[in-house]
Design a protein around this ligand. Sequence first.
Ligand code: MIC
Ligand code: SF4
Length: 646
Amino acid sequence: MTSIARKILKEHLVEGELRTGKEIGIKIDHTLTQDATGTMAYLQFEAMKLNKVRTELSVSFIDHNTLQTDFKNADDHRYLASVAAKYGIKFSKPGNGICHQVFLERFARPGKTLIGSDSHTPTAGGMGVLAIGAGGLDVAVAMGGGPFYLKTPKILGIKLSGSLPDFVSAKDVILELLRRLDVKGGVGTILEYFGSGVKNLTVPERATISNMGAETGATTSIFPSDEMTRKFLESEGRGEQWIGIEYGSDAGFDEIIEIDLSRLEPLIARPHSPGRVVPVSEIEGLKADQVAIGSCTNSSLKDMMTVAAFLKGRKIHEEIEMGIAAGSRQVLLELSKTSALTDIISSGARLLETACGPCIGMGFAPRSNAVSVRTFNRNFYGRSGTLNANIYLASPETAVATALFGKITDPRKMGCHPKITLPEKLIIDDSMIIEPSNDPDSVTIIRGPNIAPLPEFSPLPEDITNLTVLLKVEDNVTTDDIMPAGAEVLPYRSNLPKISEFVFNQIDPSFTYRAIENKKRGFGTIIGGSNYGQGSSREHAALAPMFLGIKVVITKSFARIHRDNLINFGILPLTFSSESDYDTIKQADELELKGILKILSKDGRSITVHDKTQGITFEVIHDLSDRERAIVIAGGKLNFTRNSLI
Ligand code: MIC
Ligand code: SF4
């Protein structure tokens, strides 16, 4: 018997050999997209000139850009609806819920592979799906029937024992793991949960844990499919889709981490990283201004019912503003069936739209210098929309305690823990999921004026002689740093020239101007620390720099999805062979990479960089597979794949 992750990988293997670190290609059964990455993904899919998706199931969700302040987002929704109708894709309308929550409820099937153009796609791992977040272009290729490529990850077994005490919940499990692994301890691994504690967690609880495994940098997280899974599928009226997938006694994990659930306490991540975890008791008493409950991490019916139960008959603190967003319309309908919705509204909380909302800076930004406690998964600098706000990440229990007391509060102070019973059968109403057209030829793709065509991608030149260091940044730079989101920027996700104006805006507002000027003379590069590009799957964090003339990024190390996205758009990801060279190199230095095309064509690993400004040379290395080298040489994956799938 082998690990569940390996078993599913093996069943779906179409290229390569399952050996840690080696590149494999796997068949993808299901895909999902969301609107903020979806517009680009479908433009790329259209460029492949296929007439239908070749997956078993593809779903297009609208959940990010739901703040329709003008025509742009609304036009994008219409574009996405028309693409879905034409190419055989199910379409989940705005208001139906957050992609990961709805996918778990209505579509996820144990044992399947799923890739999604969103880094929290691993949420479905809570149901035994091998679910991976990827750039939109990789999802487009998978929709076209192409394999998804990844380096065979190590399997990190997470052995759970015991059961959660009152006031401690699934969020605390993943915060505990983040406390141990931090934001890069999971890079190159799959987190596979096993042990006697697993059976004490419901599917939505497992989904919370696998969702936020993304914050460790892990490729994905996965739970077994057991009786609990069967129960969940039955409650969704999908019992016949259940298959059991259990781990063996010797699952062959590369490493094991043990967590005794019964010994956990309420935890909280401090600003501005999900890895800065401490016990809530350590920072208790800090005055809070805002509380937000929701996001794909903590918006299940169980979470919402728990919050409502604590709020019942109580009022939130007068100096707190509290926003609550259910993860799906199903959750909202269920809440409205009981007194839970009334309890939430009577407490003084604001009911927010069933969408990503404040998690991605789409409204509900905190006031200046605010302390905001959120049940979300990311608290990166600036992400809330208020640069000087301090965002803390915690469980629904801790968040609601904070809302009631007006300061960060250990939820154990709330008295009795209510017992939550969930319905055995949930309300099933898929009327906001639109089936693709039966007559695709009659469907016209509708493009609003905000949709700009894709640019041309130029192949790798023989030498890169004028390469200017446009920016030097530290460790753990996020894709939110590279390509901010939020209400002002997100509407331009389908308009590359416009969105490029925001690259690195929060770090250096002059970046775009300098890059455009530099592009007239040559290429640009960025120097990064370790875990460069952590966070989201947004390919705009590669595409927009490419548009601004970035051809090479040199770092101490890369986060997985961002590295893949750079390659997909013809940007060469290189790492320092000696990290001390990172210290030497300065912003504005002029570099030269002679014979780069030849080195890449011959699979040389080491490249000499000549720093013309400082008169020195140093070595950098690449770890590109043969396929990836060919992609970079071609100028990106679109050039490379354009004809091969037709
Ligand atoms: C995020 O949580 O950062 C996002 C917004 O969902 C992104 C996708 C995007 O940038 O559109 C992600 O997680 O991949
Ligand atoms: Fe949406 Fe936030 Fe989840 Fe990203 S992390 S999918 S923005 S809810």
